[in-house]
Design a protein around this ligand. Structure first.
Ligand code: THU
Length: 302
C-alpha cells in the first residue's frame, strides 16, 4: 500500500490524483513490495521544476519528472529485494517506509500528451510510473538496467491497463489487491471479520471501502456499501466490477449490499477473493435473481 503525500501547486483534474494513487499501488504490488510505503509527490509548474533541476542536479532547464530516492539501493537491487533497506526508511508517524520525492511538471504532462497524441491521463500514469521505478531502485543509464526498468514500467502500466485515452481497464489482479488493501483498514473490533472492497467505475476511477463497525452493532456499514456510497457522493454513476476481500472465507456480499449494488449497477461483475489468492466471480443478477430496483417503482423518474 502506498501513501502519497501531496503537494499540488497547479490546478489538475482530480482524476489524475486517483490515477497516480492507482499507479503507485500497482507499482508496489508488481514489484512485490509487501511493506507500507510513502512518497512525497509534488505537482508544479515549469518554473518550480526548473529551479529544483538547477539546484539539486545542476541542470538549468525545466523537465517532465524528477525523482529523489531516499533508499540507498545496492547496485542491481530494487525495492522488491531490498526489504532490509526499506526498513531503515520506516517513519513511525507515517507508519510507512519513505521511498523519496517525486516532482511532476503539469505543463509538461499536457504538452507531451499532445506531442505523443495520447491523453494527459496516459502521460500522467507514464510519468508517475517512471518516477516511481526510480524510487524503487531502477535506472536507465546502462543498457541492461534500462531494459529492466522498461520491463517493470510496462508491467505496471499493463496492470492498470492504460489505453491511449487514459482509461484504466484495471486488471482483476490489481482490483483484488486494492480490495485486500482496503481490508487492512477495516474497523471490525467486534466481529474480527475484516472486509475490503474495490469498486471499479466505467470511467476508470476506483473507490475502496472497508467495513466500519459500531458499538451499537446495527450501525455497522459493510465494505461494499462504504465503497459504493463514496463513489456516488463523488459523482460516479457507472460501475463495471467490484472486488471484495476477506482473509479466510469467500466474502459474498450480504443481502443489503446486493440490493445497494443493484440500485446503481444491476449488471456489475462481483469478484470475491480470500485466502491465498483464491477467487470466484459472478454477475449480480445471479446473486440477486428477480430483483427489485428503481424501475419497479412507478414513481421513479429517469
Ligand atoms: N460485512 C461486510 O463488510 N460485507 C458484507 O457483505 C457482509 C458483512 C461485514 C460487516 C461486519 O462488520 C462484519 O462483516 C461481520 O458481519
Amino acid at each position: 500500500m502506498m501513501t502519497l503525500l501531496w503537494e499540488v501547486e497547479t490546478a489538475v483534474d482530480p482524476r489524475w490524483l486517483s490515477l497516480m494513487q492507482l499507479s503507485a499501488d500497482a507499482a508496489l504490488h508488481m514489484e512485490g513490495v509487501k511493506r507500507h510505503c510513502a512518497v512525497n509527490i509534488r505537482l508544479c509548474d515549469d518554473d518550480a521544476i526548473h529551479e529544483i533541476n538547477r539546484d539539486y542536479r545542476g541542470v538549468d532547464r525545466a523537465t517532465d519528472v524528477l525523482s529523489f530516492p531516499t533508499v540507498n539501493y545496492p547496485k542491481g537491487i530494487t525495492a522488491g529485494q531490498a526489504d532490509k533497506y526499506l526498513r531503515r526508511e520506516y517513519d513511525d508517524e507515517l507508519d510507512a517506509c519513505m521511498l523519496g520525492d517525486l516532482i511532476i511538471s503539469v505543463p509538461h504532462v499536457l504538452q507531451q500528451a499532445e506531442e505523443y497524441g495520447h491523453s494527459p491521463e496516459r502521460e500522467t500514469a507514464y510519468l508517475t510510473v517512471h518516477g516511481l521505478c526510480h524510487l524503487m531502485g531502477y535506472d536507465h543509464i546502462e543498457d541492461d538496467e534500462r531494459k529492466e526498468m522498461r520491463a517493470m514500467e510496462e508491467k505496471i502500466l499493463n496492470a492498470i491497463g492504460m489505453d491511449r485515452d487514459g482509461n484504466a481497464a484495471v486488471s482483476d489482479e490489481i482490483l483484488m489487491e486494492l480490495a485486500r488493501q482496503a481490508m487492512e483498514r477495516s474497523y471490525s473490533p467486534y466481529s474480527h471479520h475484516p472486509v475490503g472492497a474495490a469498486l471499479l467505475c466505467a470511467d476508470g476511477r476506483i473507490f475502496q471501502g472497508c467495513n466500519v463497525e459500531n458499538a451499537s452493532f446495527g450501525l455497522t456499514n459493510c465494505a461494499e456499501r462504504t465503497a459504493m456510497f463514496k463513489a456516488i457522493s463523488e459523482g460516479a454513476r457507472e460501475f463495471t466490477a467490484i472486488a471484495i476481500a476477506n482473509p479466510q472465507s469467500a466474502p459474498w456480499p450480504c443481502g443489503a449490499c446486493r440490493q445497494v449494488l443493484n440500485e446503481f449497477a444491476p449488471n456489475i461483475r462481483v469478484i470475491v477473493t480470500w485466502g491465498d489468492n483464491e477467487k470466484y466471480e459472478m454477475m449480480l443478477p445471479e446473486l440477486l435473481p428477480h430483483s427489485f430496483g428503481p424501475n419497479d417503482l412507478n414513481t421513479y423518474e429517469k
